[in-house]
Design a protein. Structure first.
Length: 241
């Protein structure tokens, strides 16, 4: 385990759904929430939740536009520029830069109340320490499904074990927040051989291979995919302490 907790942001997608539903044709990580780019906001949130530093995987367009905007990146946030083919490859890119151990990762568009983010980190740490099981690959944040399009449903037992992830409807969906061991990258070759093309499929593969993923329910999270989500997130941020 490395000293301190590593943080990571998955932010290499183009965010086409958000672009198509708003007037601003800029990369999603640079869209502003509460007066700051989502990329910077997520980095700050992870640091405040306990991460000692944050690695953000972004694409070359985001890097170029951020440079044109003269976006000030804090020294605690390290940018890795990769034009990845899909969300799984963005996650796997972290395997090249993170030290062995645990890390807290979030998608750039997951807007989560800071108190819930901090609770998730603390409870995940306790769960992993108490478990002491090598097969525990990590913990996923889940939330109640509210009818959002294209969710990743999680079948969760009463004691928080994730039995499966997929399209079969349940009451819980993933929330774009993960506390994982870098041992998950051991399955990169398997995933690529299987032709997987999404992070959700990679996580499902880990479970199928016998690794354990647990779940912690959080409240108040918003996944910013389209203009109404962005409006809801901006309203929610104004109400946050």
């Amino acid at each position: 385990m490395v000293k301190g907790l590593q943080g990571a942001i998955i932010a290499a997608g183009r965010g086409e759904r958000l672009r198509n539903s708003t007037r601003d044709d800029i990369p999603k990580p640079l869209v502003k929430l509460g007066g700051e780019a989502m990329l910077l906001r997520q980095g700050r949130a992870l640091i405040e939740a306990g991460a000692s530093s944050v690695v953000a995987v972004i694409n070359s367009e985001t890097a170029r536009v951020a440079s044109e905007m003269a976006l000030e990146i804090p020294p605690s946030v390290h940018l890795v520029v990769r034009d990845t083919a899909n969300s799984m490859e963005t996650m796997l890119a972290l395997g090249d830069v993170l030290e062995p151990g645990g890390f807290i990762a979030a998608t750039v568009d997951a807007v989560i109340p800071q108190v819930e983010l901090a609770r998730f980190v603390n409870e995940s740490r306790r769960k992993i320490e108490d478990c002491g099981e090598k097969k525990l690959a990590g913990v996923l944040a889940v939330t109640r499904w509210r009818g959002e399009a294209k969710p990743l449903f999680a079948d969760v037992t009463e004691n928080g074990l994730i039995l499966r992830l997929g399209n079969r409807q349940t009451s819980m969906v993933t929330a774009g927040l993960y506390f994982l061991s870098t041992r998950v990258f051991d399955y990169a070759a398997d995933a690529r051989r299987a032709g997987l093309d999404a992070l959700r499929r990679f996580l499902a593969l880990i479970i199928e291979r016998g690794m354990r993923l647990d779940a912690i329910e959080i409240e108040g999270s918003i996944d910013v995919d389209e203009a109404p989500d962005l409006d809801a997130a901006r309203i929610a941020i104004r109400k946050m302490p």
